[in-house]
Ligand binder design. Sequence first.
Ligand SMILES: [Zn+2]
Length: 100
Amino acid sequence: MNQLQENRSGGNEPMEATCDNCGDLTRIKYQRNEYPRGLQETYFKCESCDKKFSCFVTDGKVRKMQKDIRKEKDTLVRYNMQTEISTRMKELKRKVNRGI
Ligand SMILES: [Zn+2]
């Protein structure tokens, strides 16, 4: 799904991606799932085969860090926070994909 960014032409045109499962081009319509303990998953479904693609999963802690990072001026601190956020989001995503 590397073409994700390239297909963006500025405006509000829908993004498209090639489905890893069936190989068809699908429009990306983000949807949100709520899980217990404040977990929120952003995902889209392939319009051809209905396969779900998880984009990112956040919890209260991640969302707080994302808020804090915007206020942080120090590049190195920001970098470290960003790393922490991605690690945690990766973990949460694994959790959600396992069915929690
Ligand atoms: Zn598909």
